[in-house]
Design a binder for this molecule. Structure first.
Ligand SMILES: [Fe+2]
Length: 392
């Protein structure tokens, strides 16, 4: 008989115009907001000014922390937490993509408990976030990492070259705002990379040992929406219909990620972008996705067959299993349409880094590795990276 659990406590507000209620939602949770955002995007698009006036109009005092970089570091989290304490903030508001939201979630727990972010990321003796974690309102500007819906904050500790996640129910946002209109300012290259992240969350979660009927349904819907709409959103950033569909895909994949978790690809990508912080998370995943599908389709032909069908490459009128071998082609075609049919060598990763990447994946991302079906060994992960290295 079927048995599973599913949990997601985030109050989600989805729709064009949802961002206009940012102040109102933040005011439900506090009076002094730390507004966390990246270094330039939200300022350039005018969204930052809009956020400040919405918070202001709702009667909140705003302290701005606009220093978040891609692949945010423990050091920047510590700076933000110090500002939150100094300004006596009682709610953290994130406006941005995954980096801003992950940093905001880590700031919310570090500010409350006054410990450095690195303490929450240690392999041994790690500190856990507490119930005192400041409440969070996350408004995403990308579709996306789904950080607004997950209990994860991915942070890089530079001194150990470690990129891994704080994972706690206490860092779920109280409120997530997903407004597809806000995502139209996301540039094409970023749209492509974060869209591939959505696809990876859906696919990895679909094969996760923690998958459930609910996450399966979410994964399937996300895969279908990404296949149909990501190329459109990348081709024409102002295509609101495609933006709306990608925002929905991001929400579905977020429910998958928050419950089924990620697996081997995320485990391997984190050390890759820890050593190469200039590599976008989605690009690192794109470099391995096709190989993953090529190597593992016979582990679960029915599910790979479903992926091929959902992406429009299935064999009509044949049993689902017979489409399995076309999943890799379907993924490659999609990546090619969005300019991300790449391999690790294209991203500047060196072949002699492979063993270190795999060892770090097993050390820092062991939980994700263990969610991959087939009990992948160190040698399996090395083989996956080697095959993802270049097309030859
Ligand atoms: Fe991701």
């Amino acid at each position: 008989m079927t048995e599973f659990t599913f949990h997601n406590p985030v109050r989600l507000f989805f729709g064009a115009g949802a961002f206009d209620r940012l102040g109102e939602h933040a005011a439900d949770w506090g009076e002094r907001a730390l507004l966390v955002t990246g270094r330039s995007a939200a300022r350039k698009t005018g969204l930052l000014d809009r956020a400040v006036s919405l918070l202001d109009d709702a009667g909140l005092t705003v302290a701005l922390f606009d220093r978040i970089m891609p692949n945010p570091t423990a050091a920047v989290v510590d700076e933000g937490a110090a500002l939150a304490r100094e300004q006596d903030c009682d709610v953290v508001v994130a406006v941005g993509g995954g980096s801003a939201m992950d940093a905001a979630k880590a700031i919310a727990c570090c500010a409350a408990d006054d410990f450095p972010a690195a303490d929450f990321l240690r392999v041994e003796g790690k500190r856990q976030p507490s119930a005192d974690t400041l409440p969070l309102v996350c408004a995403t500007t990308t579709s996306g990492t789904s950080s607004e819906l997950t209990p994860f904050a991915v942070i890089t500790v530079e001194e150990w070259t470690q990129k891994s996640a704080i994972r706690s129910d206490y860092i779920y946002a109280q409120v997530a705002i997903v407004d597809p209109e806000v995502t139209v300012t996301c540039p094409a290259a970023v749209t492509a990379a974060v869209g591939v992240d959505v696809l990876a969350h859906a696919i990895e979660g679909y094969f996760s040992t923690a998958a459930s009927p609910i996450t399966d349904a979410c994964s399937e819907r996300a895969i279908e929406l990404v296949a149909r709409n990501l190329p459109r959103a990348v081709r024409d950033c102002d295509d609101l219909e495609a933006r709306d569909a990608m925002a929905r895909a991001n929400v579905f994949a977020g429910y998958t990620l928050s419950n089924a978790g990620a697996s081997a690809l995320h485990a391997l990508e984190h050390p890759i972008s820890a050593y190469h912080p200039e590599i976008a998370h989605g690009a690192g995943l794109a470099a391995m996705l096709v190989t993953y599908a090529e190597h593992y389709y016979d582990h679960d032909p029915w599910r790979f067959g479903r992926i091929a069908k959902l992406m429009g490459r299935g064999v009509q009128g044949a049993p689902t299993e017979q489409s399995a071998e076309f999943a890799a082609d379907a993924i490659q075609a999609l990546l090619s349409q969005v300019g991300l049919d790449i391999r690790l060598a294209d991203l500047g990763v060196e072949r002699d880094e492979i063993e270190t990447i795999v060892d770090d994946a097993m050390r820092y991302m062991g939980a994700a590795v263990s969610k991959t079906p087939g009990d992948l060994t160190r040698d399996d992960l090395i083989a996956l990276l080697e095959a993802s290295f270049s097309r030859d």
